[in-house]
Design a protein around this ligand. Sequence first.
Ligand SMILES: [Zn+2]
Length: 414
Amino acid sequence: MKVYLIKTPEVELETLEAVSDFLASFDGPMEFSFSDKEFNKEQFPFLIYDETNWPTFEEPELDVDNLDFTLHKMKADRKNSHFYHTVYFEDLFSICEFYREKFCEPDSFVVLLTKYQNEYSYLSSFSSKNIFVNVDHWNKFTQDTDAKYPIAYEVAQNIMSSLMNIDYDQDKFMKFYQKQEKKLWHKKEDLDKVLTNYNPYIHFVPRGCMNDFCGHKKDVILKLQTGNICSTCLAKTFEENIDSRLLKQVISIFNAIRSEFMFQTEEQIRDSLRTGDTAQPFPLIIERTNKIYIKTKTQMLEVRLNPLCKMFYLFLLKKEDGVRVKELIDYKDELTKLYLKIRPGRELEKATKSIDDLVSQKEDTSFNSLRSIINKTIDELLRKTGLANHYTINGERGEAYGVKIPRNLIEYRF
Ligand SMILES: [Zn+2]
């Protein structure tokens, strides 16, 4: 199943690439890729390049335990949205639909990343297999963590909600709520019960499940930290016959994001990476599943790479003396075989195209972009330990490029 990530023009290409690369590093039936296709305001008139359309986000400090208050705030958000040039859900989904018709297989998901504020101030939403995720303001809720993680979470969560056939219409819900509102709710639990009866798969009181509604946006941190799917929602995934491999893939994504949100101080990270006086690099472990880990004293740090990057990195680990870019063409068969091993479902034709781009001698761009993604991932993983250099791809232009790590430190667990 293909998932295409696209963006409105104001979103930085790096954001799109980073989210797509992160999601593509997990094995499973969902195949993530991105396109930097530009959509213009002639086609989509709401794309007026003006920051009034993604206003500075200010969420007042609320009593988060007061559900009634949160629901009132949602109503106010809806009214306030009319002060701006409102961008409707339909506007955003129309871009997804346009892209889908031109470029996608019918059952693909199309995910639009955008900074445009929408009519309900939602962080994300879906309609059938079209999804949008707002990529702005994440630093307000998830300080110190790279925004690509919560954005990737929203992508995976919306795919699940869509596959679970969760039917939710904000306007209908608001009407329902306004009727209930006249009754006086003394206890949050009572109101929660009524709302849960209305739709058991939307949790207005956050419980650390992917389907927490997060009317109060800061609540999103809870589900990012738990990475959980509650028993009610899990039962629904079985009821809807969601492919168990897909569920497993989503859970791996949630777990990886969760670990980014567990509070590790910079000091703890450095401690776990400390090698003692010798400053020797740590072993590099390659699992049978082609997962790559750096084994520190206290933890296994996974080097998460998209399949093409992973293939290239594993290839370079086999080449102790490195390889010149212009010699890559000689290894075409070896590279193709390795790629198909990592991505067994991939059609030969498509695999060959990716490899062709890499080994083509016309330009180094494909090589340089793989190298830069791989090196950035490793640099981030090892932070400022001074050890990254042992694992990154280094070399001089025109000379051989390679990975320095001593080969006796590479352990293949096949
Ligand atoms: Zn749930």
